[in-house]
Design a protein around this ligand. Structure first.
Ligand SMILES: Nc1ncnc2c1ncn2[C@@H]1O[C@H](COP(=O)(O)OP(=O)(O)OP(=O)(O)O)[C@@H](O)[C@H]1O
Length: 452
């Protein structure tokens, strides 16, 4: 296969075709004379860049065929960079074409040297976007649904990978919206129970008098309204995973019953006498300080040790350098698809705003913010004002440390993450941006365990 870059020239004028072929001989060139051929060649070669004459047969004097070709090519290959070639008196059509998704326009007469600059720029952008997408996919960690680039979260992903195959009871701690349920689901997906059900129950959302039967089920006639035998969530999760969210809100009486289940792996339905063996993996989560609840006698210490066989503490988003931007990009892609809007990215100031905001509501707040911005934005890129965030964190929101080594390490880590995020993971460019050599960059990445 040729290592040359593919370029498709869509041009009906034979003279111009020859001139362009010759001028761009450094590229692997395909030439189409009309819409049909152009579309066929896009299908075959998937060229990253296309030059497209707007005046094509059967309407060489107008722009309808050119515009239709533009739309068809973009529908087939939305990342293609199309440079529209127009007559020098049709600026209006050029602008219209860019509005319809063309990368740029060029007015005749053609100066190949100048056109080549535009084409080269289009290639660079295309490659950058591909790298960006690759990175975004890379940001999708080995854990389903979990996007993470920060060292803290990567470490957590490794922990989850390790504990998934073992049937230990995991305890996930973290502020609201940090992704505790996402991590619990990912843990289930990585375990041998993945084919079975994942049952989630929020202990704080169900009134105390209903929670027992919700968890353990009940026999017919166990209480007024118990008209038939009903299985509880624990039984539903048999052979799968049971996720008990807000475990700190479990009433004392039920704590004893849950403890017994965790020790003996049998349940008794409310009003029942039969012991039913259930095989589930239990994952608990909370954003409360259970030690404090134990001290206040609101949570049983023996239950705590039973559920916390392995504790995973999710850092808040503000302590996960780089995560807000990569998660933000994935959310932008998701919401622009689901909202049917062609939003292509963030402006640099929007990225800075995302990086500097402290996200007290964590990923959930980020999610709401990006969704709103996608709905409200008028152009095809989200700017900082569309995000509607405060300009920057107030000094009291930023923790102060007076230990010089800690400050240096923290700053270095942040600079590395920022640089790598800004250049979409291209390490040569990150080294350039940081003013260090590549080996120095690698050494720093190793030092902070930020590689791979
Ligand atoms: N690392 C991540 N990558 C992608 N999406 C995430 C990530 N973490 C969280 N989310 C998304 O953020 C939202 C909140 O996550 P989740 O419900 O897991 O948080 P939580 O800590 O369980 O919240 P709460 O304590 O309020 O129950 C969800 O929509 C989830 O999909």
């Amino acid at each position: 296969m040729s290592s040359k870059k593919n370029l498709l020239i869509v041009e009906d004028d034979l003279g111009l075709q020859g001139q362009l072929r010759w001028a761009f001989c450094g590229y692997e060139i395909a030439v189409a004379k009309d819409r049909q051929e152009a579309v066929a060649l896009v299908r075959r070669h998937e060229p990253p860049v296309v030059t497209l004459d707007l005046g094509l047969p059967p309407n060489p004097g107008g722009v309808s065929e050119g515009m239709a070709s533009l739309q068809e090519i973009l529908a087939l290959a939305p990342y293609t960079k199309i440079i529209v070639i127009t007559g020098n008196d049709s600026q209006e059509h050029a602008v219209q074409a860019v509005g319809a998704g063309a990368y740029d326009f060029y007015s005749k007469p053609i100066d190949p040297d100048i056109l080549k600059l535009t084409i080269d720029r289009a290639y660079r952008l295309y490659e950058l976007e591909m790298e960006n997408r690759r990175l975004r996919r890379a940001g999708h960690s080995s854990l389903e649904g979990v996007i993470a680039v920060s060292p803290g979260m990567k470490k957590i992903c490794r922990t989850i990978e390790k504990i998934a195959p073992a049937d230990v009871t995991a305890f996930i701690l973290g502020e609201s919206g940090t992704g505790k349920e996402v991590i619990a689901r990912a843990l289930h997906q990585l375990s041998y129970r993945r084919e079975q059900t994942f049952v989630a129950i929020n202990c704080a959302a169900i009134p105390e008098n209903l929670l027992e039967s919700e968890l353990f089920g009940h026999e017919k006639g166990a209480f007024t309204g118990a008209v038939r035998q009903t299985r509880g969530k624990i039984e539903y999760a048999h052979e799968g995973t049971l996720f008990l969210d807000e475990i700190g809100d479990l009433p004392r009486g039920l704590q004893a019953k849950l403890l017994r289940f965790l020790q003996e792996r049998v349940i008794e339905r409310v009003g029942g006498r039969e012991e039913i063996p259930v095989d589930v993996r239990v994952i608990c989560a909370t954003n409360q300080d259970l030690k404090e609840l134990i001290a206040q006698n609101q949570f049983r210490e023996d239950l705590y040790y039973r559920i916390a066989e392995v504790t995973v503490t999710l850092p808040p988003l503000r302590e996960r350098p780089g995560d807000a931007v990569v998660i933000g990009r994935a959310l932008l892609e998701h919401f622009s698809r689901t909202q049917g809007k062609a939003v292509r990215g963030f402006t640099d100031d929007a990225i800075r705003a995302i990086e500097t905001h402290t996200w007290p509501g964590n990923v959930r707040e980020l999610e709401n913010c990006i969704k709103r911005a996608v709905i409200m934005v008028e152009g095809n890129r989200i700017a900082s004002e569309d995000l509607d965030l405060p300009a920057s964190a107030s000094p009291e929101q930023q923790s102060l440390s007076l230990n010089l080594r800690q400050i240096r390490e923290h700053t270095e880590r942040e600079a590395l993450t920022r640089a790598i995020t800004l250049v979409n993971g291209n390490l040569s460019r990150a080294a350039e941006l940081l003013g260090v050599t590549r080996p120095t960059l690698y050494a720093l990445l190793d030092k902070y365990e930020m590689r791979g």
